[in-house]
Design a protein around this ligand. Sequence first.
Ligand SMILES: *Cc1c(COP(=O)(O)O)cnc(C)c1O
Length: 439
Amino acid sequence: MLRPFNNITEMKYISTRNKSKKVSFREAVLKGIPDDQGLYFPENIPVVSKGIFASGTKADLHETSFEIARRFTGTEIPAVKLSEMIAEALNFDIPLIETEPGIYTLELFHGPTLAFKDVGARFLAQCMAYFSKDSSPLTILVATSGDTGSAVANGFLGVEGINVVVLYPSGKVSQLQEKQFTTLGKNITALEINGSFDDCQHMVKEAFADKELTKRRKLTSANSINIARLIPQSFYYFHTWHQLPEKQLPVVISVPSGNYGNLTAGLLAKEMGLPVSKFIAASNVNRPVPDYLETGVFSPRPSIGTIANAMDVGNPSNFERILTIYQHSHKKITEKIEAMSFTDDQIRSIIHEAYLKTGYLPDPHGATAYGALKIIQQNKKITGIFLETAHPAKFHSVIQQATGIKTEIPEKLKRFDKGKKQSIPMKNKYQELKGFLLA
Ligand SMILES: *Cc1c(COP(=O)(O)O)cnc(C)c1O
């Protein structure tokens, strides 16, 4: 049963770099990035009523998500339609599981590609389909080094009026990843580029900048900074709260962070009223944000390769949104966020210890978040929640190195592996991509 809504008003979006130019949610979703190259952000953060946190509130992901989504989409999507879109996007569980006394994990990896990016990509797909339903077909162009391509391709699979074209570097993507976007068929096409990931990204950028092409084809990106990927990530923080059996001690949520979208969504939930006492930004040795918290200076730098490679980001784009939430105040930010970063060796030993002591096997990303909670619990009585952003089997060689255990590949991933790879080989030349898109 959906509760009726009072006071749902219009919601406008601004750029983090210009608060005076306001756009609709629709425009923010379809455009992706404002002209000033900032990031879209809600003009006001909606506040939810205290009732939503009352004990005994049902832990229903769909209902919670709907309640939150309505506040961000305002009057632009009818309630019944929005409810359907959420049901379609979040058609998997997000369970909270106790791993040991005082520590819980929120498993975000039960979607089709077994990583948390499914949540954002699937909601974005629903929004794009809704907002472009009465116009000519949209083509989503993505360059991928592995994970983004699979989350986007699977998120948009079978979505009407949208074609997805994934560019990936031939031979530089693991077979398991490649299968996740080359075996789908339907509205998904994979272009296997004879070149590097940078070449792929270059070709995509050139396509967006090509006026002649964009006049004839409606192109858009499913970039990770699209506001419709960020918003749904706030839903599961509320869902976590509803599932949490003990709420007496201060609750600390630890988030494995790379581009900082997941953490930004958590902060958004906190500003909406979620009674979390603190967030931990857990990372690998890519430390621009931990260093900012320590020094007050944000200095982006080239990324460093690690075993938690989905967090190998040297210039996290969502940091700009965090600055916007807290009016660029270093003091306010350090009150809400604490940071901890871990080397590859430390990550491997955290995985091993977690497994030995609790029987729970975290993936290399979740392990950083778990490790941070263990350190905090040495001095403080807290209830800790760490987000598990990927299924450990996606990183089976790291897990085997760390623990000696061979993780079983889940049925969902095996299914991709059985599919037949279909890709179109292409030179790393923009003219070839253009020819393909216009054909
Ligand atoms: C993308 C990703 C992250 C990092 O999330 P951000 O929102 O970019 O901080 C962490 N873990 C996994 C498995 C990911 O795929």
